[in-house]
Ligand binder design. Structure first.
Ligand code: PEP
Ligand code: MG
Length: 555
């Protein structure tokens, strides 16, 4: 039997499966307590504090990136908004375990529904909930074997940093999770450990315990009971591919020297090391809403300043593009309440929300201005009109911020890119939302995946409009949606005139190699050929004909 998910940490891992069960039982619905409400609240608070302390201690023991991640998770356990919720549920008569269960489950569901970065924090919230509930009941948490006879393939619905932080390559051959995404903590920790991992793998938890499993962390393939020869072949091929990719170093450029800085998409200070390690030349998209996750109040200017300073320091000499808060729809933030809207994706989100709460954006721009350098660029999300772009640019300049840009992720912005460019210094195309709005297809709905295919000719057409307008205006146009992570599409975007490409750090090596193996003229031919096609599949095939080295590189 073969399964397929998303490969997020490259390499071949092979070993017996260890399937981790989710064994913390749900506290009965409506469970009440007998004593005083205050005592029950103290019991809940003590358990939350203890779990936060344990997570932090585990992080300190693990060190490195895991320490940062577990520290953030520990903070989430004592999140003021969640604490208030737990206390009020206890006031309403629910026993401490049930109150914790309900408060954290609701928050988990809200995050899971939002997809993307925030969605991938859902597992962290569920993990805290289960730990606190287990503690209140006196149960123990499921543990993974510490000293196995041979490294195992750890299979789970999802994994929390606390599960993985203390594991080592001697224990684990690979990770496979049914849920999670490329920016989930399983993915981040797996990459940091150098252990192959596949996430978002339907059917993973149905893998029988103890069967031999081979995991390809590049292609996302999970094979059960493979032949020994197949394992040897796959491992040899993966090693050769890794070596080929690793031999492409240095700044992003085509084979004939046309420079295209390759930048990273990041969501917080904990991701900077990963981006630097992957050879990013700067940051093309800092999703700052991620810094504010789970807060009931906006973070202080000082804290924001530190985060932005850390980003600039991580890339001495590199550009850092910080996006102002992109709140609403799939990215809810507690301190900027969203009105009840029938279609939140079409509602008051992104820059529209920032105009409604100018004090929050003022504070953010103030923090950015305090660390401003020539390398810092600020951009606004979800901009629909030239008037909005001009307002944003004026607001930035009034704060002393020199480089102001906007994202092109609404079709109206692509159609009128020339007008937007007249008001700002640069634009950056967000292919994720641009595709959602161009095709009227919710980006979180996997049933719409054919329409989300970034090779769709209509999407390529919108991208070409924006890059064409930027060329005319003599201003930069970057691409920062997930589409830039596809090495072939990255070449097409360069052929269309993209000046920078920004992506998840894990994609940088493949894009650097793919671009470096082709000339600018080949990229242009690939773009022209793709644009002449009627379907996404034909566009991909036509472009690849002009990018012959991709196959040789195994991309
Ligand atoms: C996009 O929409 O393409 C984008 C880069 O922004 P986000 O994924 O954060 O919405
Ligand atoms: Mg977007």
């Amino acid at each position: 039997m073969n399964l397929r998910g998303v490969g997020v940490s490259p390499g071949i891992g092979h070993g017996p499966s260890y399937v981790m069960s989710a064994s913390v039982p749900e506290p009965p619905e409506g469970a009440t307590y007998t004593g005083e409400a205050e005592q029950e609240k103290e019991r809940a608070m003590a358990a939350l504090t203890r779990v936060a302390g344990e997570l932090e201690a585990r992080g300190n023991q693990a060190g490195g990136e895991a320490a940062e991640i577990l520290k953030a998770q520990a903070l989430m356990a004592e999140d003021p908004g969640l604490v208030v919720k737990v206390r009020s549920l206890i006031d309403r008569g629910l026993a401490a375990p049930r109150a914790v269960f309900e408060a954290f489950t609701r928050y988990r569901e809200m995050l899971a529904g939002s997809g993307g970065f925030l969605g991938e924090r859902a597992a962290d919230v569920a993990d805290i909930r289960d730990r606190v509930v287990a503690l209140l009941y006196g149960h123990s948490m499921p543990v993974v074997p510490a000293a196995p006879a041979e490294p195992y393939v750890l299979v789970a619905r999802d994994l929390a940093p606390a599960d993985t932080a203390l594991l080592s390559r001697e224990q684990v051959a690979a990770f496979v999770t049914e849920e999670g995404g490329p920016t989930s903590h399983t993915a981040i920790i797996a990459r940091a450990m150098g252990v192959p991992a596949v996430v978002a793998c339907p059917g993973a938890t149905g893998i029988p315990p103890g069967v031999r499993v081979m995991v390809d962390g590049s292609t996302g393939e999970v094979r059960l009971e493979p032949a020994d020869a197949d394992v040897a072949d796959a491992a040899a091929a993966a090693t050769a591919r890794q070596a080929a990719l690793a031999s492409w170093q240095g700044p992003g450029a085509t084979a004939d020297g046309h420079e295209v800085p390759l930048l990273a998409n990041v969501g917080g200070p904990g991701e900077l090391a990963d981006a630097v390690g992957a050879g990013a030349e700067g940051i093309g998209l800092y999703r700052t809403e991620f810094l504010f996750l789970g807060r009931s109040e906006a973070p202080a200017e000082e804290e924001q300043r530190e985060a932005y300073r850390a980003a600039l320091e991580a890339f001495p000499g590199g550009t850092v593009v910080v996006r102002t808060l992109d709140v609403g729809a799939d990215k809810p933030l507690a301190f900027l309440p969203v009105p009840a809207e029938p279609n939140p994706a079409l509602g008051e989100r992104g820059l529209r929300r920032s105009r409604k709460f100018p004090e929050v954006m003022e504070a953010q721009l103030g923090a950015l201005a305090a660390v401003a350098s020539e390398r810092l660029q600020v951009m606004a999300p979800m901009v629909a009109t030239a008037e909005e772009a001009a307002w944003f640019a004026r607001t930035c300049r009034a704060k002393g911020l020199g480089e102001a840009g906007v994202m092109i992720e609404i079709p109206s912005a692509a159609l009128r890119a020339a007008d937007l460019l007249a008001a700002v210094d640069f634009v950056s195309i967000g292919t994720n939302d641009l595709s959602q709005y161009a095709f009227a297809a919710d980006r979180g709905l996997s049933a719409m995946s054919a329409l989300h295919d970034p090779w769709q000719p209509a999407l390529l057409g919108l991208v070409a409009m924006a890059t064409g307008a930027a060329r005319q205006a003599g201003k930069p146009c970057g691409i920062c949606g997930e589409a830039a992570a596809d090495p072939a599409l990255a070449c097409v975007f360069v052929g269309l005139g993209a000046s920078t490409l920004s992506m998840a750090p894990s994609a940088l090596a493949a894009v650097r190699a793919g671009l470096g193996a082709h000339t600018l003229e080949q990229c242009r031919q690939a773009a022209r050929a793709a644009r002449e096609q009627d379907t996404a599949a034909d566009a991909r095939a036509a472009a690849r004909e002009h990018l012959p080295e991709l196959d040789r590189l195994g991309l």
